[in-house]
Design a protein around this ligand. Sequence first.
Ligand SMILES: Cc1cc2nc3c(=O)[nH]c(=O)nc-3n(C[C@H](O)[C@H](O)[C@H](O)COP(=O)(O)OP(=O)(O)OC[C@H]3O[C@@H](n4cnc5c(N)ncnc54)[C@H](O)[C@@H]3O)c2cc1C
Length: 507
Amino acid sequence: MASLASVQQWDQAYDVVIAGFGLAGMCAAIEAHDLDPDLSILILEKAPEAETGGNSRVAGQSLLISRNARALADYQRRMSEFSPIPEDMLQAWAEAMTQLEPWIQERAKQAGAQFIQGTGFSERDAVLEFPEFGAREAVHCTATILPIPSGVYLAFRENIRQRPRIEIAYETPIRDLVQDPDTLEVFGVIVESEGKRKAIRANRGVVLAVGGFEANPQMQRDYFGLADVAPLGTPHNTGDGIKILQKAGADLWHLRNKGQSGGIWPGFRPDGFVNGFLRTFFWQSFSWIEIDANCERFYNETAELQLTHFKEKKHGQYIETPHYRAGPVHMIFDAITCQHNKLVTEVMSWNPVVRGYRWSDDNSAEIAKGWIVQADSIEALAPKIGRDPAALKATVERYNAACRQQRDDDFGRNPQTLMPVAQGPFYAIRIDPVIVCTGGGARRNIRSEVLDHEGRPIPRLYEAGELGSMFSDLYQNGSYLTEAMISGRAAGRQLAALAPHAAEGVK
Ligand SMILES: Cc1cc2nc3c(=O)[nH]c(=O)nc-3n(C[C@H](O)[C@H](O)[C@H](O)COP(=O)(O)OP(=O)(O)OC[C@H]3O[C@@H](n4cnc5c(N)ncnc54)[C@H](O)[C@@H]3O)c2cc1C
C-alpha cells in the first residue's frame, strides 16, 4: 500500500479507475458508464494494445445460460461442497445469472454481432459437466457471440469503443493502491507508465480486474504446488492483483481449487514458448496412448475429460487428471493418427488466437521443427525421447493386445477408441500440463466489495472476474465469463452510486 501521505501530487484524476482490460474490467466500465454517463472512467491495462483482452479474448467464449435460479444454486452448492460459497452470495449470483441473457444479447446487438445458442465450434447445445449434481436442471444452454474465436471479447470491446468517455491506458500496469493506512480506504492507484511511477486519483473508487496468477511459475509453485505448468491464456496475468491485495489488507481465498477449477489439461509447450498449445479433443482416430515417468500408461486417455474440465472420478470424488505429477509424459502415436489429426485446437488459447501460430493439419511442420519426434519403429523412437526401448515396446504391445481383445483391463478405455499403435512411422511428443486460469484472489461479496481479514469491506475497493472468483472447487463450463460480467457489473453499479471522496480527505 502507498499511504495517502506519501502522494505529493496526483498526476491525473478520474471518478472510476479500473485495472485490467479483460471482460470483467470492461463490464465494470460499461455498467458504471451506462448508469452515469458523466463519470470519467479510466481502464489501466498492462499489456500493449495488440496483446490486450486477457484470458477473455482467448477463452472458448462459452457462456452458461440458466433459467432456473434454484437449480443453479443447488448445482453450484454441490460442486462447491469441499469449500462452500457463502449462501447469500450463491443465491444472489444464481438470481443474477437467470437475468443475464437479455443484457448479453443487448451487448451483442450494440456491437452488430450475433448471439447464438451452442458453443459455436461443436455440435453441443450445452456442456453438462456433472449431471449427478444437477447440471441438466441448472443449465438451460451454452451460448456465445460470433465470430469464433474471440466473439464475446470482440463484442464487448466494441461496446467500450462506443462509449468514448471510457479511456484506456495501455502498457500502464497498476502497481499499488493509495490508501489510508488506518481505515484502508482507497483514494487512488500508483501505476507505471513509460518507466515512471504516477499517482492517479480515483474519486469514487477502484476495481481490480487483473486476472489470476496462471502465468507466474513461482506463484504456481507457492500457492498450488504445481511445477512447470504453462498458461493457455494471456502471459500478462502474473498475479499482480494478489500481491496488491495482500498489501492492501485483503483476506485471500480460493487459491487451491481442484485443478484451479478450470483444470489442468494436456498440452504442448515447445521450447521458447511461454504459453502452451491446447491438445485437440476432436479425434478422427485413436491410435495413440500416453506414457508416464515409468514408461507406462496411467489413465483413460480417451475419456471425454474436456467435459469435466479434466477432472476424473476416483474414489467417488472428482480429482485432477495426473499429468502434472506423472511427468515426464509423452504421447505416442502412429502414422494414421498423425495424418488425420491436427494435434492442437485453434478455436481458443493464446498461441493461435493472439500469436497467430498456425499448426499444420498433418503435423508435418511441427515434425520438421523437431517438436514431434519420428522413428520407423517403437524401439527406435524410445531413445529419441529418453525412454528405455524394451519398456516402451512392452507398453505399446500391452495396449495393442487390449485393442485386439477390444477390452482395456488397465484403464477401461472405450472399446471404440481401442485402435492399435501399429502403422509406422511412429511419433512422440512431450505432453506439458497447461492451465486454463486460476481463481484465487481476495475474498469478496456479491457486490464485488473486497473484504479484509475481519470480513469488512475495504472502502472503495472492488474486485471482479477471475481474480478472487467465487468458484471454490469444481466448475461448470461458461461460468467464468458470466461471472466476469456479473461481478464486473456489480462493481460498476456500486461505484456509480457512491458519493465522491469528501474534498478535504483528498489532496
Ligand atoms: C483457453 C481458455 C479457455 C477458456 N474458456 C472459457 C469458456 O469457454 N467460458 C468461460 O466462461 N470461461 C473460459 N475461460 C476462463 C475465462 O476466460 C476467464 O476466467 C475470464 O476471461 C477472466 O476474465 P477477467 O476479466 O477476470 O480476466 P482477463 O480476461 O484475463 O483480463 C485480465 C486483464 O488484466 C491485465 N493485467 C494483468 N496485470 C495487470 C496489471 N498489473 N495492471 C493492469 N492490467 C493488468 C491483463 O493483461 C488482462 O488484459 C477460458 C480461459 C482460457 C485461458
